[in-house]
Design a protein around this ligand. Structure first.
Ligand SMILES: [Zn+2]
Length: 101
């Protein structure tokens, strides 16, 4: 999901309040991705939330848990930091709608 300019400004304001420093190289310059990414709930093939197709392709179930994140990239070493898009307020939780709690 691409972030709007307004969402990017909100995120930047929240991140500036915490004075981010890279845990790898101590750099304080960083860039913010203009998209929300998602971390997926890992499950082995054959478990209830996956289906198999011909034993080679695995498709996730629509009930698979996803975690939306905003990515900050270190300006020196490229280290990535993830921040919860839910906590930053750019994505609304849909867990109740799908009963995932
Ligand atoms: Zn770094």
């Amino acid at each position: 999901m691409k972030l709007t300019e307004q969402q990017i400004k909100i995120i930047e304001a929240k991140l500036k309040a915490h004075k981010i420093k890279c845990p790898i190289c101590n750099e304080t310059k960083y860039s913010l991705s203009d998209r929300v990414f998602q971390l997926e709930d890992y499950q082995q093939a054959g478990q209830a939330n996956y289906s198999l197709d011909y034993g080679t392709l695995v498709f996730p179930s629509p009930l698979k848990a996803l975690f939306p994140v905003v990515t900050v990239i270190c300006g020196e070493c490229g280290h990535l930091e993830f921040f919860s898009a839910l906590s930053l307020g750019v994505v609304k939780s849909e867990t109740k709608r799908y009963g995932w709690e």
